[in-house]
Design a protein around this ligand. Structure first.
Ligand code: BG6
Length: 519
């Protein structure tokens, strides 16, 4: 088992009240409550803690407690025993109201004051906006009017805003402006749940805690980088939302850019929030803005038709509930980006994400330059591209380094083998929901894993040219990939044109033991 560093004894989160807007929705039962239970179990939640649910549904506090008690039977982590749940239930309250109704915010304020007294939460509050984006700004405005956003020297107020943060560059700028009329930047915690994933946080540790990695991490040794976030699910019950978003908006300026910036950023001078975020922002600013011609050449969009995944048939996107039968919304996108700085000049970053693909997998694959091949010229070995470092984000969690080795025998034959680090084997299985660290960080005032206004805007700036070109030239020929494939054909052409190919994820599964001969 790994050894913990002595400094890693964590402090408890500050006393506080958490107000969940949209508390009757999915996020509360699936992620927030289970994550809070895990934090309590680890001893990281203050005893002086309480939750107030706020939403439109008619319910009393008792009914809300009963609802959550029933839901936790399905969604609770194994750490939630009866005793712990009893402790939780006693500190859960409910306020019913319309997000636009000032009177409801007065009721909320009265409840907060009562709860603060009951649970000695010391006046610290954080509001979690688990609501549709159109409510972000109105809720913050109403909170401000009700005097629920003020801070003093003795207590804090923070607001967690879910994604999507804006719909394009202009709306993101506008939303930032509206929020900052009421809140200061340091009160705003823009969440991206990818940053709650252990494997994503580990990218920084892996790069900066190991002296063997950093010297290789640049254009001298790296040929290109592939970032994949493939899903087998379709749009599920979110057709209406997805029709207005599409794969580009839904996944790229947020989740994929987190993976990209953590992979590409310069070492920060500390793990302080702004030190890290400055370095991430630098990368976003260094991405070359694609011209309209480059958008057409280097960016691929797709939409799934019907198909089969793991033997099960699935309908086309256009037949999903709440999707227009002639929809042109993309469910797949692949892009080639260039980061124009000294570390990465001329190293392409290929990104791809899509729904209803062949396999659920998120990974960052670093492809190193090939070694000089002269020595092997007279052997049956044909392909000199051997070295890949793959950071497996999900569902497998770990890192593997692929290299060439001689296959035993009297002829010189090259096999590809992996050195693997496997999170669950080496650290034990984690029951984390991915929200623990983010909620905890908000309670201790650490914004490192949250998005700053300028980062959100820089992310949108990069994809705005795509949004513009795609709007002007609606896709033709959708659907263009069957469910269960790896996307449209053009996505392979994108790399082939550069003399490269996508990593064959299915053939090179994490932990595969049999060396694949390349000769
Ligand atoms: C969400 C997107 O932000 O991330 C979804 O809106 C997507 O469409 C999801 O399915 C992917 O998250 P994860 O953690 O399952 O990779």
């Amino acid at each position: 088992m790994p050894t913990l560093h002595p400094n890693e004894v964590q402090q408890k989160a500050s006393p506080c009240v958490m107000v969940i807007f949209g508390a009757s929705g999915d996020l509360t039962k699936r992620k927030l409550l289970p994550a809070l239970a895990n934090l309590a179990q680890e001893g990281l939640l203050s005893q002086q803690f309480a939750i107030i649910g706020f939403s439109f549904d008619q319910m009393t506090t008792e009914a809300f407690r009963d609802k959550l008690t029933a839901e936790m039977k399905e969604f609770a982590p194994s750490s939630l025993n009866d005793e712990l749940w009893k402790w939780f239930v006693e500190r859960i309250y409910y306020v019913q109201g319309d997000f636009g109704d000032s009177a409801a915010y007065q009721r909320l304020k009265d409840q907060i004051i009562a709860v603060e007294k009951n649970h000695s939460t010391q006046g610290n509050r954080f509001h979690y906006l688990a609501v549709a984006p159109k409510f972000f700004s109105p809720i913050v405005r109403k909170l401000g009017e009700a005097g629920l956003t003020q801070e003093t020297n003795l207590n804090w107020t923070r607001v967690i805003v879910e994604k999507p943060f804006g719909h394009d560059l202009e709306s993101a700028i506008q939303l930032n402006k509206e929020l900052k009329e009421i809140l200061s930047e340091k009160q705003i915690y823009r969440i991206d749940h990818y940053l709650g994933k252990e494997t994503v946080q580990n990218v920084m540790v892996f790069r900066f805690a190991n002296s063997i990695i950093e010297p290789l991490w640049n254009r001298t040794y790296i040929d290109h980088v592939q970032i994949t976030a493939a899903e087998t699910v379709g749009v599920e019950h979110r057709g209406a939302f997805y029709e207005t978003a599409g794969a580009l908006r839904d996944m790229v300026p947020n989740h994929l850019f987190q993976l990209l910036t953590l992979t590409a950023m310069e070492p920060p001078i500390s793990f302080e929030a702004d030190a890290v975020r400055d370095k991430q922002a630098e990368i976003l600013h260094a991405i070359q803005m694609p011209t309209p011609e480059e958008v057409l050449q280097n960016m691929v969009r797709g939409q799934y038709g019907e198909g089969v995944i793991d033997g099960q048939p699935f309908p086309a996107y256009r037949s999903e509930p709440n999707v227009a039968p002639n929809s042109n919304t993309e469910t797949f996108v692949a892009l080639k980006l260039k980061i124009d700085n000294w570390r990465w000049g001329d190293v392409p970053f290929y990104l791809r994400t899509g729904k209803r693909l062949a396999k659920r997998v998120t990974e960052i694959a670093i492809h190193f330059r090939r070694a000089p091949f002269m020595l092997f010229r007279k052997t049956p070995i044909k392909d000199p591209r051997t070295n890949q470092l793959v950071i497996h984000i999900q569902p497998d969690e770990g890192i593997s380094l692929r290299f060439g080795a001689k296959i035993p025998g009297s002829v010189m034959k090259l096999g590809l083998v992996n050195m693997d680090f496997d999170y669950s084997r080496d650290f034990g299985t984690s029951h984390s929901t991915g929200y623990e660290r983010l909620l905890y960080d908000c309670m201790v005032g650490d914004a490192t894993l949250f998005q700053r206004a300028d980062m959100v805007e820089a992310g949108w700036s990069v994809i705005q040219p795509l949004l513009d070109v795609w709007k002007a030239l609606p896709a033709r020929g959708f659907p263009n990939y069957p469910a269960g494939s790896w996307g449209p054909k053009e996505v392979d052409d994108l790399l082939e044109r550069d003399g490269r190919a996508w990593r064959d994820i299915e053939a090179e599964e994490f932990g595969a033991k049999i060396p694949a001969a390349v000769s």
